[in-house]
Design a protein around this ligand. Sequence first.
Ligand SMILES: [Zn+2]
Length: 134
Amino acid sequence: MKKKSNKIQRIRGFALALVFIGMGIMYLGVFFREYQIIFSLFLIVGLLPILLSFVIYFWVGMISTRTVTVQCPNCEKYTKILGHVDFCQHCKEPLTIDKELEGKDFSLDYNVDHRRNEAIEEIKKESAENNQTK
Ligand SMILES: [Zn+2]
């Protein structure tokens, strides 16, 4: 099941979860403290997700500079959009920076370049056909 949420918030949440997973693994090592090797193994394995979360936090900081800040038409607050479609940070309204996709059914497919181009092509074709029948 896909949760509706802003991408940057989701990545941050994932990084936070990794910290807790790492701490959990390290904590489990305490039960094996009589066995030096297993204990240190738990510490090392527990350290990996924590390190990974630092990398993710760093990466979020980098991609944050590439986000587009827009005013949400629904709640009128400012929100950061990552990629071509994203959810509002405040009211979870799906937002897009592509004019062609405005008012269309929201799909995360639009974050994939070739799928988005396909969708835009289809929309253009549809509206061309509609114009012909008029
Ligand atoms: Zn909003």
